[in-house]
Design a protein around this ligand. Structure first.
Ligand SMILES: Cc1cc2nc3c(=O)[nH]c(=O)nc-3n(C[C@H](O)[C@H](O)[C@H](O)COP(=O)(O)OP(=O)(O)OC[C@H]3O[C@@H](n4cnc5c(N)ncnc54)[C@H](O)[C@@H]3O)c2cc1C
Length: 397
C-alpha cells in the first residue's frame, strides 16, 4: 500500500486537475492571442471552490484547509502554470491577509468577492530598490490627509496590478521609523485616481496573467481601508509571505512534476541509435534524480500544510519546503531541457515555458538565498525560524 493523503484531499486534487484540463488548457491560447484578462476562468475557479479552501463557509469558503490549498496549487501549476498566480492573489496572500488582520467590516466587504473570483486581487510589497530587503528598500509614502491617506511612490513586479479591483499595498506612514513605519492598506485601484500599472514584458511568461510596474501619484486610500494599525505593516507582510510560501512551494512541485512527466514521455518516445533515449544510463540518471527530488519536495510541502492545518508553528517547515521545491523544480527543468535537447527550445514543446515559470517561482516569496539564510540561521541557533507566531485565523491563532 502506498502513502496517501486523506480521501477528501485526493478528491480536491482531482477536482483541480480536471478543472485545469477541461476549463483552462483549451482556452489559454485564445486569451494570450487577444490580450484579454481571463476573468471568466478566474470566476469559474472561484465558483468551483478552488480559492476558498482556507476560508470558513460563512465567507463562501470550503474550510478544507491548507493541505487542500497545497494540492490545488500543485495541480493548477502542473497543468497551467500561468494560473498558479491566482492561487496567491485570489486564495492566499491577498484575501487571507485581509481575513487574518481585517475588521469584520473589511472581511465581509472584500474577502467573499476575492475568493469567488469576482474581484481580482494583488499583493504589492516589492519596490524597484530590491525585493530581498523589502522594508529597507521601501520609499512609497502614505501621508494622512483628513479621512484619507495619499500614497506616492512606485512598486515593481506586482502581479495582477493591471486588473486589480482589491489589493493589499504596503507604504511608509512614518519615514523615520524603519520597518516599524510600514503600514498595510486595502487598495481599490479602479475606484480612485492616481494608480497606474504597466505590464512588464517577460519572455516565456503569460502576457495577460502578468506582473507590473506600478506608479502611485497621490493615490487615495480611505482611512477605513487601513489594514491593522499604523506601523503594523511589516509584521503583516512577513506573516503573509509565510503562507504565500506554501502556495509558491506547491506550485514549484507542480512544475517539477510537469517537467518529470514530459521527460519520461519523451525519453520513452525519442529513438536515437535504434533505441529510446530512456534506455541510456545518463538519461536514466536524470530521470531517477527528478523522481526522487519531486517526491521529497512534495512531502515537505504536505508537511507544511499539515502543520498549518493544526495551527502549529510552521515557518521553519515553510522555508525548507519552498527551498526544496524550487531546487527540485530547477533541477527538473534543467534535466528536461537536457533530455529534449534542441526541442526544449521549440515553442511546440512546453519546456521553455516551464523553465520560465520555475525561474519566476524561484524568486517569489523570497529568493533561494533568502531561504538559505532563514534555514541556516535557524539551524545554527542564531535566529529561531519559529520565533514569531504566524497568524492563522482559520485555525484560531
Ligand atoms: C514574475 C514576478 C512576479 C512577482 N510578483 C510579485 C508580487 O505580486 N508582489 C510583490 O510584492 N513582489 C512580486 N515579485 C517580486 C519578488 O518577490 C522579488 O523579485 C524577490 O523578492 C527578489 O527581489 P529582487 O528581484 O529585487 O532581487 P534582489 O533583492 O535585488 O536580489 C538580487 C540577488 O541578490 C541576492 N541577495 C539579496 N540579499 C542577499 C543577502 N543578504 N545575502 C545573500 N544574497 C542576497 C538575492 O538572493 C538575489 O539572488 C515578483 C517577481 C517576479 C519576477
Amino acid at each position: 500500500m502506498d502513502f496517501t493523503l486523506p480521501p477528501e484531499i485526493e478528491a480536491i486534487a482531482e477536482t483541480a486537475r480536471r478543472f485545469a484540463e477541461a476549463e483552462i488548457l483549451p482556452q489559454i491560447g485564445a486569451y494570450e492571442a487577444s490580450g484579454e484578462f481571463p476573468h471568466a476562468i478566474i470566476e469559474k475557479m472561484g465558483a468551483t471552490g478552488l480559492f476558498g479552501a482556507s476560508f470558513p463557509e460563512n465567507l463562501g469558503g470550503t474550510d478544507a484547509g491548507f493541505l487542500a490549498v497545497a494540492v490545488i496549487s500543485e495541480e493548477i501549476s502542473r497543468i497551467a502554470p500561468e494560473f498558479g498566480y491566482a492561487m496567491n492573489m485570489q486564495a492566499m496572500t491577498c484575501p487571507f491577509t485581509i481575513y487574518n488582520w481585517g475588521t469584520d467590516d473589511q472581511i465581509s466587504r472584500f474577502v467573499p468577492d476575492l475568493i469567488a473570483g469576482r474581484r481580482i486581487g494583488m499583493f504589492a510589497l516589492t519596490e524597484p530598490g530590491g525585493g530581498s530587503d523589502a522594508a529597507g528598500a521601501m520609499q512609497t509614502t502614505a501621508l494622512r490627509d483628513g479621512d484619507v491617506y495619499r500614497l506616492n511612490g512606485s512598486k515593481q513586479w506586482i502581479t495582477f496590478a493591471h486588473a486589480c479591483d482589491t489589493g493589499i499595498l504596503f507604504a511608509k506612514t512614518d519615514l523615520d521609523a524603519g520597518h516599524r513605519g510600514i503600514t498595510a492598506f486595502i487598495v481599490e485601484p479602479k475606484a480612485h485616481d492616481g494608480f497606474t500599472a504597466n505590464p512588464i514584458a517577460m519572455s516565456g511568461l503569460s502576457n495577460v496573467l502578468c506582473s507590473n510596474a506600478v506608479f502611485l501619484d497621490d493615490f487615495v486610500v480611505p482611512v477605513e481601508n487601513r489594514l491593522g494599525g499604523e506601523g503594523e505593516g511589516f509584521k503583516i507582510a512577513m506573516n503573509a509571505l509565510e503562507y504565500g510560501r506554501l502556495t509558491v512551494a506547491a506550485r514549484s512541485v507542480g512544475l517539477a512534476q510537469a517537467c518529470f512527466e514530459e521527460s519520461v514521455r519523451y525519453a520513452n518516445e525519442r529513438v536515437i541509435r535504434g533505441q529510446p533515449i530512456g534506455h541510456y544510463q545518463m538519461v536514466q540518471h536524470l530521470i531517477a534524480d527528478m523522481a526522487v527530488n519531486v517526491d521529497a519536495a512534495r512531502v515537505l510541502v504536505h508537511r507544511t500544510g499539515w502543520l498549518m492545518d493544526r495551527g502549529e508553528p510552521s515557518s521553519r517547515a515553510t522555508s525548507r519546503a519552498k527551498y526544496a521545491a524550487v531546487e527540485a523544480a530547477k533541477h527538473a527543468a534543467a534535466s528536461a531541457a537536457e533530455i529534449f535537447a534542441g526541442y526544449a527550445l521549440a515553442d511546440e514543446y512546453p519546456i521553455k515555458k516551464f523553465t520560465a515559470y520555475v525561474n519566476m517561482l524561484a524568486v517569489g516569496e523570497g529568493t533561494p538565498n533568502v531561504q538559505r539564510i532563514l534555514i541556516a540561521e535557524d539551524a545554527l541557533g542564531i535566529k529561531n525560524a519559529n520565533r514569531h507566531p504566524v497568524r492563522n485565523r482559520l485555525r484560531g491563532n
